[in-house]
Design a protein around this ligand. Structure first.
Ligand SMILES: [Zn+2]
Length: 164
């Protein structure tokens, strides 16, 4: 995509780049049905990928915040990039959903976080004095993800050593 290592990645640009279409579930089903599912089991449905005529469609949940939605798309795109198979079947409210192996779920979450907040980007942001909360707001991710990446990439340690 021609981006520098510390550049912000618009997750929808990556979806376009990979020939994937992102569709909000409210275009397919009434929002009150989604709210009903959310009441049955919170966060049961975040995003899902469907292959239709060999094109991947990522269906997202409109009830999520923008940051969470971007993370969900990054997670789904990571499954595609890592060529994961949808093998396991899980039931949510009596509806079967195909999902990946637990270790593949972890990989997709880790890679999704890396796509949204690569280490060089974090270093640039933190060296400009940004806190994880400011990084979350600036780069359209959840505060949880910004804190997670800030800590697990070693950037927090690297900068606390310098100032201390
Ligand atoms: Zn997944």
């Amino acid at each position: 995509m021609g981006l520098s290592p510390n550049a912000r990645l618009d997750i929808h640009d990556l979806a376009d780049h990979l020939g994937t279409k992102v569709v909000s579930a409210e275009r397919l089903i009434a929002v009150d049905r989604l709210e009903e599912l959310e009441r049955m089991q919170a966060f049961a449905f975040s995003a899902a990928t469907f292959n239709v005529h060999s094109k991947a469609y990522i269906v997202t949940n409109p009830l999520r915040t923008a940051g969470r939605l971007a993370s969900d798309v990054a997670h789904e795109l990571s499954h595609l990039l890592l060529k994961h198979d949808l093998t396991e079947v899980r039931e949510v409210g009596g509806v079967p959903f195909r999902t990946c192996q637990p270790e593949e779920e972890e990989q997709a979450t880790a890679m999704g976080g890396t796509l949204m907040l690569p280490r060089p980007l974090l270093i640039t942001a933190v060296s400009q004095g940004m806190s994880p909360e400011q990084i979350a707001a600036t780069y359209n991710v959840t505060t949880e993800m910004a804190r997670f990446r800030y800590n697990t990439t070693g950037v927090a340690k690297q900068f606390s050593r310098r100032s201390g």
